[in-house]
Ligand binder design. Structure first.
Ligand SMILES: C=C(O[C@@H]1C=C(C(=O)O)C=C[C@H]1O)C(=O)O
Length: 247
């Protein structure tokens, strides 16, 4: 039986190098791809509407089975530039934090860092729809993805959560990884690895296809997002999952 695999990916700019490789590989004849914001891809994997997703790692404990596949992820070693707390006042003065409805990992990272790194208790509110106009006075918000790259031009203060994590733990951070909710055939995983690698080896071509005024994408893909899921990233991921249970 030849069942098509259903794959979900994050629709942000940060996945474009991976998508470049996947779309140019033979895999597209074997899979159905959907793209959406991270919280929606997470819900699809949890509901078994997809078999593999580039999902926020914070949902790993909620999956009955979580198989991390490929050697690639959406990670960062230090500043990521697209995940942060935005505010009009310094963090010491912030009284309320609104959490991005598109995120599952970074909103929990913000809560961990507020507790352990900034050592600050504040009122937390979950956003339901666009909320960035509410960043005013002592109300701050977590914003992720392309909107965060643009928000840096608008808000007076930006606290990069990957940088804060690095200062706090000395480890890289993994935001999202390719995760299957059932075992994945090794031939498929090998081909998927090659497809991701192909895209990451063609960053100049990826950048040429895109127009984005608010940030230098070549810099974003080569100095901010760190795509290789190596030992240090796995350590960072394990530590994050451990801290998540203590929230
Ligand atoms: C680095 C990023 O990582 C993202 C953050 C996620 C989250 O907070 O749940 C999920 C997927 C990633 O694409 C970003 O969006 O800028």
């Amino acid at each position: 039986m030849d069942k098509r695999l259903r794959i979900g990916a994050v629709s942000y700019l940060n996945t474009r190098p991976m998508m470049y490789g996947i779309h140019r590989s033979g895999l597209m004849q074997k899979v159905d791809m959907v793209a959406d914001f991270p919280a929606n891809i997470a819900a699809m994997l949890l509901n078994d509407e997809i078999d593999i997703g580039l999902v926020p790692v914070a949902i790993i404990p909620r999956l009955q089975e979580a198989h991390i596949i490929t050697n690639y992820c959406i990670g960062a070693v230090g500043r990521v530039e697209s995940v942060g707390i935005f505010s009009e006042v310094p963090i010491e003065k912030v009284e309320k934090l609104i959490l991005d409805y598109q995120s599952r990992t970074s909103v929990n990272l913000a809560r961990i860092l507020l507790k352990e790194y900034w050592k600050k208790e504040i009122q937390i509110e979950q956003a339901k729809e666009d909320y960035r106009h509410l960043i005013q006075g002592t109300t701050a918000a977590v914003v992720i993805g392309d909107r965060a790259l643009s928000q840096q031009k608008k808000s007076a203060y930006y606290y990069d959560l990957s940088e804060a994590w690095y200062k706090h733990t000395g480890l890289p951070f993994v935001f999202a990884a390719w995760i299957g909710n059932k075992p994945v055939d090794t031939d498929f995983e090998d081909a998927f690895n090659r497809a991701n690698a192909y895209g990451l080896n063609h960053i100049d071509e990826v950048v040429q296809e895109l127009t984005f005024a608010d940030y230098d994408l070549k810099k974003y893909y080569t100095q901010n997002i760190s795509y290789i899921l190596d030992e240090q990233k796995r350590k960072g991921l394990d530590l994050f999952l451990q801290k998540l249970t203590q929230l």
